[in-house]
Write a protein that binds this ligand. Structure first.
Ligand code: TRP
Length: 863
């Protein structure tokens, strides 16, 4: 701001006179600093043109002990020179046109902005002042300047616009794309024929997403353009998967030290894609350093400011910059311009130092005598000036199509069309107060602005108009830097971005036409973390951007079937995750089947049944021996038969539970066991009665004849049958899929239906067993060589022990083991009964037949 003021003071301003409506000539004004237009042409209406004809500015001299000399500019830019020639060409074309502004001529003043805000400001002030005091007529008209075509860089345009604004002079920029310039409050007189960067960052964000580059670096220049573009890109990427890994700024005052630091950041980052919002001028020293450091493998994304920069078209750049991609502003045809450019040579413009500089830049020679203001090195060889302007690859001519040049051309035409409309205003139908028209003899810039805002015309098939913010229709070409035949870089169009299309459909890319950096055909990968395979989810690393994450496998029971899932989804209840956690599979159904355990149990139960049957056959075979007869053979047969059933009912527990097998299992088991214990109980009673009856006067045996025994057995069993009947009627057991116990499998089991009934059934068997145990215990001491009571006591002890042990085991075993435990209890208790009750007898029958005599059995009792 301070520098702005300093420079404003170097000019004594004729501005007051310029804008005042009084026609008095301003004789008293004098210029404080000389600064003349580079190209000047008089006409009825003068338009200004500001171009960065040089790109290096000497720092202003701040020592005011003497009159500071004007700021010097170096580094002639042939490209910007071409733009300025495009303005001249357009004006000349319009002046010759019979349709556009007939009977009127346009004039121009072209000034060098030197590509810096400070010098841009000098240019606009000089333009407003007029070349010298002698041209005082400039101060006498309403305004010597109707509109300005300028500037290139946004930073300069901002200052130029701020200076023009108080005088309501409209300006049309051909290259300033900063989104900040769309603010009508700050820049009310600003128009442009280039789309705002708001669209470019949108396009770049879509490009990054298209190629899956989620980890990118940003390099920007230290100016409005760079800063606003970075800000815009940040905003565009905020809701996407793309993150900015780092952002570095090329300083205004370039130093090698800083460049090396920036290159270090680039080299050490995992982000291989770098978006650069910068211009060729400031990028040149930086990229030279980049090449010197021999850095490769970086995919550059060029902003529109340098994506078609001819400066980098040389073959030495290809190994480093080949493959660069970026959005360029729309190109257009300007017929006749090429021929016009060819007419520019130092012989024709002998006084114009710029043309001599052009020659020096294109041919490396200088005219004699060297140019006056901007010094052309005297050490250069001299040239004639008639060298043919055909040399390929010169920045001046080497364009198959015009982009910025075409924008300048469009801007001039926009002014001409507006002026034409203004001049052809029908009285009474004008846009001004009371529908009046502008006074054609004294047109004010603000009147032209009114027409500019509404202008609409076509140039080479393209419609040109401005929206309410003064912006142009957004449209870009996607440019890829490919190797040309001479090893140079060619700017090949590989797609486009049409901002007027529906959201999401703007970008069109010919992927296969793109050549990537390092002459690759494969897209380079630039991510912070590799994507997560299905079966994993992303876990953000604390304190790091969202693009950097770890991949965590899904928990069991949860899956993710896409790459880069944020979350794992739980499987439905009857499903479970596969080992890879990529899909839900039906849970395994588990039940005690004929697997190893099932088979073993089956074999044991059948073996038990067979053994029991064998014992039975031994008994029937020896039914007439005393040991069988003495011990109540009928009851023994009953016990053996029911034991066979007990062994067999274990088989019901093996296999898939069905409604029938569930109902049968518990009832069959409880009834057979009740039957068995009842028989043993009967036997105990008989033993007890037999010995009690042996005492005189006791005829208890009368009450325990075979008939009564059967009744006892029958009624005891009947109780269990009734309990079972009630159970089956009220809440029968049913097959049940237990998903709770294990998360990964479904356990198919028999639910007891009513646990009360289940425990009643068990309780009843327990009760019978206890009763039996107590009675047998009482009878155990009774005399007799073969007192069954002690065997019964022992068997009941085993029986109770087995079933007491069963309860906790039953409750705590998982899945199919519950059933196995139950079978085990059935088998163990059956074997217990079988062995305790029958092993001693079978032993005597088979191995000690000598003891199988009535005497022996009763011997003791008799004596
Ligand atoms: N679109 C850029 C801008 O608006 C183009 C540009 C021209 C530029 N000259 C520049 C960018 C100098 C940075 C520096 O500024």
């Amino acid at each position: 701001m301070a520098s702005l003021l300093i420079w404003s003071l170097f000019y004594h301003v004729c501005l007051l006179e310029l804008t005042s409506t009084t026609q008095t000539p301003a004789y008293s004004c004098s210029l404080l600093g000389p600064f003349e237009p580079n190209f000047l042409a008089d006409g009825d209406y003068i338009i200004g043109g500001i171009f960065p004809l040089h790109y290096v500015m000497d720092m202003p001299d701040l020592n005011c002990t003497y009159k500071p000399s004007p700021i010097q500019c170096h580094g002639f830019d042939p490209r910007a020179f071409r733009w300025s020639q495009s303005l001249r060409f357009a004006v000349e074309e319009i002046n010759q046109s019979q349709d556009l502004l007939p009977n009127h001529t346009l004039g121009y003043k072209i000034l060098d902005s030197c590509a810096y805000p400070l010098t841009g400001q000098r240019a606009v002030l000089a333009m407003l002042n007029g070349p010298s005091e002698t041209q005082s007529a400039m101060c006498s008209g309403p305004s010597p300047l109707l509109a300005v075509v300028g500037e290139s860089g946004s930073a300069q345009s901002i200052i130029v616009s701020r200076i023009l604004q108080p005088f309501h002079i409209p300006m049309i920029s051909y290259f300033s794309s900063c989104a900040c310039l769309s603010n009508r409050r700050e820049f009310p007189t600003f128009f442009r024929v280039i789309p705002s960067d708001a669209y470019q960052v949108k396009a770049i964000a879509q490009l990054l997403q298209h190629f899956g580059w989620t980890w990118v670096g940003v390099l920007n220049g230290d100016h409005a353009y760079g800063r606003f573009a970075l800000q815009g890109l940040r905003r565009e990427l905020a809701n996407t998967t793309v993150c900015i890994a780092y952002h570095v700024m090329i300083p205004l005052l370039y130093t090698r030290q800083r460049a090396l630091e920036i290159l270090d950041v680039m080299q050490h980052s995992t982000a291989k894609v770098v978006v650069a919002f910068s211009a060729e001028g400031e990028l040149t020293p930086f990229l030279k350093e980049y090449m010197e450091q021999n850095i490769t493998g970086i995919q550059w994304i060029a902003s529109e400011a340098w994506v078609t920069a001819s400066l980098f078209a040389g073959s030495e750049f290809y190994p480093y910059l080949g493959g660069t991609i970026g959005f360029a502003i729309r190109h257009g045809m300007v017929s006749g311009l090429r021929d016009y450019l060819l007419t520019v040579n130092p012989l024709r413009y002998s006084n114009n130092s710029l043309v001599q500089e052009l020659w020096a830049a294109l041919y490396g020679c200088s005219m004699q005598p060297p140019g006056s203001r901007s010094p052309v090195s005297p050490e250069l060889p001299s040239c004639t000036g008639s060298e043919p302007l055909l040399k390929q690859h010169s920045a001046y001519l080497n364009t198959s199509s015009f982009r910025v040049t075409y924008n300048v051309y469009k801007a001039v035409y926009a002014i001409a069309h507006s002026l034409h409309n203004l001049l052809s205003c029908e009285p009474g139908k004008g846009p001004f107060q009371n529908s009046s028209c502008a006074n054609t003899t004294s047109i004010y810039p603000w009147q032209l602005q009114q027409y500019l805002q509404d202008v609409s015309f076509s140039i080479s098939g393209e419609k040109v108009n401005f929206d309410e913010k003064g912006d142009a229709i957004p449209s870009y070409d996607l440019i890829n830097w490919q190797r040309g035949t001479a090893g140079n870089i060619e700017f090949v169009k590989v797609g486009m971005f049409d901002g007027s299309r529906d959201a999401g459909k703007e970008l069109f890319i010919q992927d296969e036409a793109i050549v990537w950096t390092g002459h690759q055909s494969e897209v380079l990968v630039s991510v912070c973390s590799d994507s997560c395979a299905p079966g994993n989810r992303k876990a953000v690393r604390p304190g790091e951007p969202l693009c950097c994450f770890d991949c965590v496998p899904c928990d069991s029971g949860k899956i993710s079937n896409q790459t880069d899932s944020i979350d794992c989804t739980p499987c439905p209840e009857d499903c479970w995750s596969n080992p890879a956690r990529t899909e839900c599979i039906l849970k395994a159904v588990e039940f005690l089947s004929h697997d190893a355990m099932g088979l073993a149990l089956t074999v044991i139960s059948i073996a038990g049944a067979c053994l029991t049957a064998a014992v039975l056959s031994v008994f029937t075979h020896h039914r007439n021996t005393p040991i069988v007869r003495v011990n109540n053979s009928e009851l023994s047969y009953f016990i053996l038969l029911s034991l066979v059933l007990c062994f067999l009912c274990a088989l019901l527990f093996i296999g898939e539970p069905t409604p029938w097998s569930c109902m049968l299992r518990h009832t069959a088991f409880s009834i057979t066991f009740s039957l068995c214990i009842s028989c043993i109980l009967g036997k105990t009673l008989v033993v007890l009665a037999a010995f009690t009856a042996a005492r005189p006067g006791n005829n208890i045996m009368k009450w325990l004849g075979p008939k009564q025994q059967r009744v006892i057995i029958f009624s005891c069993t009947l109780v269990q049958v009734v309990i079972c009947a009630v159970w089956l009627a009220a809440a029968p057991p049913f097959p049940f899929k237990n998903t709770q116990y294990s998360r990964s499998k479904i356990i198919l089991e028999c639910s007891v239906g009513s646990s009360l009934a289940f425990w009643c059934v068990l309780g009843y068997i327990g009760l019978l067993a206890c009763l039996c145990f107590v009675l047998a215990f009482l009878a155990r001491k009774l005399p007799g060589n073969f007192n069954e009571a002690k065997y019964i006591t022992f068997s009941m002890l085993i029986f109770c022990a087995v079933w007491l042990a069963f309860i906790p085991a039953y409750i705590s075993s998982p899945g199919k083991f519950t059933v196995a435990v139950e079978i085990f209890a059935i088998l163990a208790s059956s074997f217990g009964l079988l062995f305790c009750l029958f092993a001693p007898k079978v032993y005597i029958i088979l191995l000690k037949p000598e003891r199988n005599t009535k005497q022996h059995l009763m011997g003791r009792v008799m004596t």
